[in-house]
Design a protein around this ligand. Structure first.
Ligand SMILES: NC(=O)c1ccc[n+]([C@@H]2O[C@H](COP(=O)([O-])OP(=O)(O)OC[C@H]3O[C@@H](n4cnc5c(N)ncnc54)[C@H](O)[C@@H]3O)[C@@H](O)[C@H]2O)c1
Length: 364
């Protein structure tokens, strides 16, 4: 039996979670694509206080500020840092430019949200994290897939005990990715895991914890212009024997595309879809079918509310705000994100050295 109604505890888990104070003044450094179609729509829907932005391309900053009716076009990073109305700096530049900007923001004493990947250089990520900690500043990473409906619903089902013990999890995606949206990505030597699968890896850590071993194999489409890998198969193994499969292909020309998420437990199974991948960035809503082994009255099949892009983008910012006001750690803190970078680096080391890698091997 299936029911179209989503259980109440999942509906609750899918409700936007905001801390008591949300009026921190936010300014963007970098006003490109993702700020316009990810950050700003989600922040606006959350009622956040958007002051303005700076971009090395002044026209880009002006257009973004005007389009979204913000207050101020900043002429430099220093102007942002000197403005007392700016209480959180939201960086959305390429990872190789993020390091210097983050260090300057930390030195100026403002809390900050960095883009993912936090860094393509693990040692630099560790340095940024330690600098923020020494300065007593909250720093988080815009690793927002954790706030997508499918991941929040899966976590709620796990917490409620409907799945029992986890036996297996899989993310299997075969799509046609519009790499032209990011001209700079063609030059990245490490592409799929670093820029796309990193979202799944981060959320899988959030759901299931740190793997003991990472094994990864990478491939390219012979016709592609981009330097880096665009098809990857990664497996994670846990000390209790549980395995995870992440199999992603970005050059599927066929009409039979898929974007599936599956978790098998001793008591129930989740079969879902990650909707955004079907037509990035517009995409579809996520879907979820839950089947119980014994409690058939629990079974349901539903289209989940909201979309990964833009709806999930409020999450890392809301969590950073909560951390600032309570002294807690943001859910996607810089320190936590080092764990995500370790499994990313472990995947590349596995590919390069033809062996399984314990992420704890990755050190600065
Ligand atoms: N979280 C996500 O899901 C997600 C999605 C897409 C992109 N991203 C990440 O966001 C970042 C930006 O991606 P994008 O697609 O918006 O790229 P983009 O090229 O559209 O935008 C980047 C902007 O940064 C500006 N810029 C570059 N260096 C700067 C500097 N030193 N100071 C100020 N501005 C500077 C550029 O002029 C450009 O306008 C990348 O790191 C990418 O990996 C994350």
């Amino acid at each position: 039996m299936t029911s179209d109604s989503i259980p109440l505890f999942i509906q609750k888990a899918l409700t936007r979670k905001l801390p008591p104070k949300t009026d921190y003044g936010i300014a963007f450094v970098g006003c490109g694509g993702i700020v316009n179609y990810g950050h700003i729509p989600s922040y606006r829907a959350s009622g956040f206080n958007l002051i303005g932005g700076y971009d090395i391309n002044q026209e880009t900053a002006e257009k973004t500020v005007q389009t979204h009716d913000m207050k101020k076009v900043f002429k430099s990073l220093d102007e942002i840092l000197a403005d007392p109305a700016v209480e959180i700096v939201d960086i959305a530049v390429l990872p190789e430019d993020q390091w210097n900007i983050a260090r300057t923001v930390i030195a100026a004493g403002k809390p900050l949200l960095c883009q993912k990947p936090f860094s393509t250089n693990y040692a630099q990520a560790v340095e940024m994290t330690n600098l923020a900690q020494q300065a007593g500043l909250k720093m988080a990473v815009q690793q927002q897939f954790r706030w997508s409906s499918i991941i929040q619903a899966a976590r709620a089902l796990m917490n409620e005990g409907w799945l029992g013990d986890i036996l297996d999890a899989q993310v299997q995606v075969s799509i046609h990715t519009p790499w032209d949206m990011w001209p700079w990505i063609a030059n990245q030597p490490r592409l799929e895991v670093m820029f796309h699968s990193i979202h799944y890896l981060d959320s899988l850590r959030y759901l299931f914890g740190e793997p003991a071993l990472v094994t990864s194999r990478h491939a390219k489409n012979p016709a592609q212009k981009a330097k880096g890998e665009t098809k990857t198969i990664t497996t994670w193994e846990y000390s209790n024997g549980m395995q995870i499969l992440i199999a992603i292909c970005h050059y599927d020309w066929s009409p039979a595309l898929y974007s599936n998420f599956r978790v098998l437990g001793t008591d129930g199974v989740i079969e879902g879809t990650i909707g955004t991948n079907y037509d990035y960035p517009d995409g579809r809503n996520d879907t979820l079918t839950f089947t119980s082994r014994e409690h058939l009255e629990q079974n349901f099949s539903a289209t989940l509310p909201g979309k990964w892009i833009p709806d999930a983008f409020y999450g890392p910012m809301a969590s950073l705000m909560e951390a600032i006001q309570t002294g807690s750690e943001p859910v996607t803190s810089a320190r936590d994100n080092l764990g995500t970078l370790r499994v990313v680096e472990a995947a590349y080391r596995s590919m390069n050295e033809g062996r399984s890698v314990n992420p704890l091997e990755i050190t600065a």
